[in-house]
Design a protein around this ligand. Sequence first.
Ligand SMILES: [Zn+2]
Ligand SMILES: [Zn+2]
Length: 176
Amino acid sequence: MPSFDLEKISIPLAAIRRGETVFSFDVEINSKEISEKRAYIDKLSIQVNVTVLGEDIIVKLAVIADSLLYCDRCGESFKNDVKSDVTTLFTPDSLKIEKAEGGEIRLFDSHAVVLDITQEVIDALFLAIPDKILCKDSCKGLCPYCGVNLNNHSCSCKKDEIDTRWEALSNLNLNE
Ligand SMILES: [Zn+2]
Ligand SMILES: [Zn+2]
């Protein structure tokens, strides 16, 4: 599991009203790396919708991250706003946790002062970064022989060999 060191983010339980309450946070991060992914985060904008359901609390969290990403194919960096959302049910009832089948459900102490949502923010952040990072879908990557970035340059090394191979591939009809 990748890790990310984030200052604690929490919601004061006293500020949660019946029905829905909305909180928002902006967190400056200063280009921190997400481990195991070639992604650096500058700023997080977080919107949290909190709904009280009996003794439980439903937390819907949307995260937008200003990020600097490195293309897995050509290695060039590019800026991108990535976003995602997660929903978690917080319950004070440990029996519900045992019975839960799938879905995000977490225990919280109803006598606590705050609801800690740091892990939810980190989860949303990981979801926001694609597994395969591409500067564009059509990225041509690097020449395997001389290493030039084929998006910006062309090269003459072993071109015929490469062309023949791609031609064979392009003759395959993947839809059949
Ligand atoms: Zn690329
Ligand atoms: Zn080349």
